[in-house]
Design a protein around this ligand. Sequence first.
Ligand SMILES: [Zn+2]
Length: 141
Amino acid sequence: MDIVEGVRKLGFRKWYEHQLVEAHAWLVTGFLALILAFALFELHNDAGGVQPRLLLLAGALASAAGGILAWLRYHHVLESTELAAQLATCPHCGTYGRLAVVCSAPQSGTAVAANPLLEDLPHLRVRCRRCEGEWRLEPPP
Ligand SMILES: [Zn+2]
């Protein structure tokens, strides 16, 4: 879920929890895809005929690719969420995660190219729900 929409709809802490659940769902998906890949490869060794063997091998390769993509997605979601969480402490009163989005703007292409984690973390101006102080939720350059 997009951070702006998620924080507005759920609040930062619930958005953070949702992101962690999503990340770990990708981890489990990747693990299951790799198990499927190994199972299909094992069946491939026992299958008779060229066509079934090729189909099983193709399925094993596709499952392995899916497992790797799920693993990469897991890392991306987890790291971008952790980056947002590190910046979610109010610099005025020290309260963690009680913030509201004031405004947002997408990151520039060069910033995303330099740090792919910024793809999911736009320029955000947020307000503390406790002290009403505002700050930018951006990593240091
Ligand atoms: Zn505050």
